[in-house]
Ligand binder design. Structure first.
Ligand code: GRF
Length: 202
């Protein structure tokens, strides 16, 4: 595999930017897809002369058809690795099966705590002292796939959602590129729920 990377993003795309700026990943990002026409992520892609595609869920009769459109484009562009970077929709089973163990998602909490789309607010509301970032492989569930990497972020007494999210983002921008790098290099070994990095011969 050549390690061609596609990124799915719905919003700002700061994680996409971190991937584009990483010299070992940026040149391999061949496609960015968004479900939203106004996603800043699409602008970031165009700015880097990476193909930017808006695939509108409303333009397809159902989720399966939208999923098929994504899968067809990934296949046409010969994509090996798929990164969900702030993609706010669940992928369908066909797409997940086609890219089994080759899709990663970045999540702003230490899974399995606080899955879902409001993880930073949920952590604050729960009063936890430590939250963090998880990069995981994507399976059919919501934020349930095998964990590739995690890093803790301390919750400070005077944290707001914005201040905590900012520190979480800074960690995401390191952890996600590091995980994508090993996935591209085919060095992720998945055994059930356990994921380890093949360090090669020493
Ligand atoms: C990140 O916090 C990520 O963990 C979550 O969505 C957010 C996307 O941020 N899945 P950005 O669009 O990459 O700035």
């Amino acid at each position: 595999m050549d390690g061609r990377v596609a990124v799915l993003a719905s919003g700002t795309g700061s994680n996409l930017q971190a991937l584009l700026d990483d010299p070992s990943i940026g040149p391999h990002v061949v496609l960015v897809i968004s479900d939203r026409a106004d996603a800043t992520a699409l602008e970031r892609a165009r700015h880097h002369r990476v193909e930017a595609a808006h695939l509108d869920p409303a333009a397809h009769p159902d989720r399966a058809a939208h999923d098929r459109a994504i899968r067809n484009l990934l296949r046409e562009r010969d994509v090996d690795v798929l990164v969900l970077a702030g993609y706010m929709r669940l992928l369908g089973p066909g797409l997940i099966e086609a890219f089994r163990d080759r899709i990663v998602n970045v999540h702003p909490a230490l899974l399995p705590s606080f899955p879902g789309t409001t993880a930073v607010a949920d952590a604050l509301a729960a009063g936890v002292k430590v939250t963090g970032v998880t990069v995981h492989l994507v399976d059919e569930g919501m934020d349930t796939g095998p964990i590739v990497a995690q890093e803790a972020v301390e919750v400070l007494e005077d944290d707001t959602k914005a201040s905590l999210a900012a520190r979480i983002h800074a960690v995401e921008h390191r952890l996600l590129p590091a995980a994508v790098r090993v996935l591209r290099e085919g060095r992720l070994v998945v055994e059930g729920r356990q994921v380890r990095i093949d360090e090669g011969e020493s």
